[in-house]
Design a protein around this ligand. Structure first.
Ligand SMILES: Nc1ncnc2c1ncn2[C@@H]1O[C@H](COP(=O)(O)OP(=O)(O)OP(=O)(O)O)[C@@H](O)[C@H]1O
Ligand SMILES: [Mg+2]
Length: 383
């Protein structure tokens, strides 16, 4: 676990994000005085292994006694979230009473935006979180957008606009989390901000790496860099209908997981034999993320001068190299030099979204999620 205290300020919100990768629980302390966005302190909290496994299982349909297991995980997660908040406060030297609200995304265990009855489900009981932390908690952000006809995702684009939009140039933000998503920020303020999921970010890379190594992810994409891309496998992976859906669109673990990858690998016979070597599959998965991002950007991205990358995938050198090859002429940079460190954007977004809710301001962007209107998101659980 790591904690960095960046600075101190009186008016604060906390954002709590536990993303698709299940790599860590990220908590960020922000100050929004005078509508400025200042990251004050951050803490990355380790995920207990047993809980991680339960959540991975809950993401897959067909498990025994799902309701009971979900209810237990809902409470256990809230306890760990509360520990993460407490660690952040302790190390930042803040009292719970000085925090206006805590925005908690919760852990997604199902996201089915395209079902006949679309739904999305995040757990980590906000009742318990408010009770344990003594901080007003805003949770359950996604379902209100869905109730308004949206995909419930992505929700970070409004925050990306608040943080990164400029009238000087068209900018695009690429979040490389478990999933990858783009936010298009036109310089012309009369134009709408748009955004959508492009497909897998790190999720398949992590899953394949974990099958072959006893570590969470491929540091800097070193292993992927030793492999050769199998064009045959890549073509088979890119046949998935998701890649041709015109936005709004969002996706999750339900679509992109090891079972899906194994199914594709079973369907094709990789030849010559060396193509099937595990490092070649890893290289191909890295290329899949790069090509699906590039395809989405060239198809729906419009005229863009600069691509700012956030999320943990920004540290994957192999992936970024592949992106640069796919998007020649585009300036691709970490968002670090543009106002916030890339690994804290998602947690910070949920602090910002909690503030939007307390101020009765909308948090979604209808053009992004496909909702019929912008709406105040989430439920408020008072301290
Ligand atoms: N040094 C690194 N080299 C390669 N990959 C890295 C490195 N650091 C982080 N990552 C990748 O980033 C992932 C974590 O990113 P992040 O926290 O943004 O994802 P997430 O939790 O799924 O987020 P979200 O779903 O909210 O977008 C790790 O699981 C790993 O795949
Ligand atoms: Mg994460």
């Amino acid at each position: 676990m790591t904690t960095n205290v960046i600075s101190r300020n009186p008016e604060t919100y906390i954002g709590l994000m536990s993303g698709t990768s299940l790599d860590a629980i990220d908590v960020a302390l922000l100050d929004f005085t005078d509508d400025q966005i200042n990251l004050l302190a951050t803490h990355s909290h380790a995920f207990p292994d047993a809980l991680k496994q339960t959540i991975q299982q809950l993401n897959q349909p067909g498990q025994r006694d799902e309701i009971h297991r979900m209810a237990v995980a809902d409470l256990q997660l809230a306890d760990v979230f509360a520990e993460a908040v407490s660690a952040l406060l302790g190390q930042a030297g803040k009292q719970a009473s000085s925090i206006k609200a805590l925005g908690s995304h919760g852990q997604t265990i199902r996201h089915q935006p395209n079902d006949a009855t679309p739904y999305t489900l995040q757990i980590g009981d906000p009742n318990r979180l408010a009770e344990l932390t003594g901080i007003t908690t805003v949770g359950d952000f996604r379902r209100r957008d869905m109730a308004a006809g949206g995909q419930g995702a992505p929700l970070a684009p409004a925050f990306h606009a608040a943080l990164f939009r400029t009238t000087r140039e068209n900018r695009t933000i690429l979040n490389l989390g478990g999933m990858a998503n783009l936010t298009l920020l036109p310089a012309d303020l009369a134009q709408a901000v748009t955004g959508f999921d492009t497909g897998p970010g790190n999720i398949l890379l992590n899953a394949w790496y974990q099958r072959h190594h006893n570590e969470a992810y491929d540091q800097n994409g070193l292993w992927a860099g030793t492999g050769q891309v199998s064009e045959q496998l890549l073509a088979a992976l890119l046949e998935l209908p998701f890649y041709s859906i015109t936005p709004p669109r969002s996706t999750g673990r339900e679509q992109f997981n090891l079972e899906y990858l194994d199914h594709i690998l079973d369907q094709i016979t990789l030849s010559p034999k060396p193509e099937a070597a595990p490092e070649n599959i890893q290289a191909t998965l890295s290329e899949l993320t790069a090509r699906s991002v590039a395809h989405a950007l060239t198809t729906w991205g419009g005229d863009c001068a600069r691509l700012l990358v956030c999320g943990g995938g920004v540290f994957n050198t192999d992936l970024l190299k592949r992106l640069a090859v796919q998007l020649p002429g585009l300036s691709i940079e970490s968002c670090a030099a543009y106002g916030m460190a890339p690994e804290w954007i998602e947690a910070a977004a949920f602090a910002w979204l909690a503030r939007q809710t307390l101020h009765h301001h909308s948090g979604n962007l209808a053009e992004v999620t496909g909702a019929t209107h912008n709406v105040v998101l989430g439920g408020i659980y008072l301290s």
